[in-house]
Design a protein around this ligand. Structure first.
Ligand SMILES: Nc1ncnc2c1ncn2[C@@H]1O[C@H](COP(=O)(O)OP(=O)(O)OP(=O)(O)O)[C@@H](O)[C@H]1O
Length: 310
């Protein structure tokens, strides 16, 4: 298959029952994953869940011990599959002394029909950076260069391993816009992120993995719906420690504004009791569980490194 051949119908890539041992750890323990075209699949999991291992296996950078791996219908790492694939790993080793323009020119030269430099600059927000040496850029600027290099070959499949870690709000939004426009062109994206708001904003499908196995998958709404928890906030004279003892209340605390903040099962029952117990209660706000609460519930506790993206 060459890059001008039509993409075979069906998923761009898939893992079926993939197992991989790293030292004493079963990093992947029968992982199934399907990456369709024209959408973002967010692969979520706490540190060590196996996300990077899954990506490296799909790229042919490490072998699977068992199971099946196919990328564009080919074995991972096949040159025709690599030509159609863009990659932004968590850590990139790029020559410090080359300028951004030189790095782009070099990477574009590997592809038969690369994206124009102007498009790469616009998509990744590299205005004014082309003459600058890579090694002198800030961490966030280097991350944007890595993003440009990942998309400069017009990939049909794009792996983005924590692409917006270390980016400021504007740069993160720029990357989100770029990802959305690539998806509109039909690109399939595998995204890993610890910013659950990012998965919420971008993902068509979410796959939650834990200890190398899928714990849940579906749309963001479907994954959220697996958790019955909700969040209740109000201003009240009730003490959080008293409310924490009520049935169905998982957590109760005062937030930074002094409001009572509850994580609850079946919000209706708790809200009724709150209103009975405190007739002066006001500013009541009831929300469904977000992806963050669903994720914590599924992966067995708090994920301390999870952060809210702006
Ligand atoms: N070279 C290695 N040698 C031994 N164990 C390894 C090696 N690389 C990864 N592991 C282990 O394999 C498991 C999966 O690691 P992996 O990097 O895939 O997780 P991850 O979900 O990407 O984590 P993070 O969110 O921290 O990037 C972890 O328990 C990790 O410690």
């Amino acid at each position: 298959m060459s890059t001008s051949d039509p993409i075979p119908p069906g998923p761009l890539a898939r893992l079926d029952g993939v197992r991989r041992r790293r030292g004493t750890v079963q990093a992947l323990d029968g992982l199934d994953l399907v990456l369709p075209p024209g959408g973002v699949t967010a692969l979520l999991g706490v540190n060590g869940a196996g996300k990077s291992t899954a990506i490296e296996i799909l790229l042919g950078l490490q072998p699977a011990d068992a199971g099946s791996v196919r990328v564009f219908g080919l074995p991972p790492g096949a040159p025709a599959a690599r030509q159609r694939t863009g990659v932004m790993l968590q850590q990139a080793q790029l020559p410090d002394r080359l300028t951004v323009g030189e790095l782009l020119a070099l990477t574009r030269s590997w592809y038969t029909a690369p994206r124009s430099v102007a498009d790469c600059v616009a998509l990744a927000g590299l205005d004014g950076l082309l003459p600058r040496r890579y090694g002198r850029l800030s961490g966030g600027q280097q991350r944007r260069v890595q993003f440009a290099l990942a998309l400069c070959g017009r990939p049909q499949l794009l792996f983005l391993d924590e692409p917006t870690t270390g980016l400021d709000i504007d740069a993160r939004r720029q990357v989100w816009r770029a990802i959305r426009s690539l998806v509109e062109e039909g690109v399939g994206v595998l995204l890993t992120t610890h910013y659950l708001e990012e998965a919420d904003a971008l993902a068509d499908r979410v796959v939650v993995i834990d200890a190398g196995r899928v714990r849940a998958s579906g749309t963001v709404a479907e994954v959220r719906a697996r958790v019955t928890q909700g969040r209740v906030r109000c201003r009240s004279a009730l003490a959080p420690e008293d409310v924490a003892a009520w049935p169905g209340v998982h957590q109760a605390a005062l937030d930074e504004d002094g409001a009572l903040d509850l994580l609850v099962d079946h919000a209706e029952a708790v809200v009724r009791r709150l209103l009975d117990a405190d007739p002066h209660l006001d500013r009541l706000d009831v929300r469904r569980a977000g992806l963050a609460e669903a994720f914590s519930a599924m992966t067995g506790g708090d994920a301390p490194d999870l952060q809210e993206a702006a």
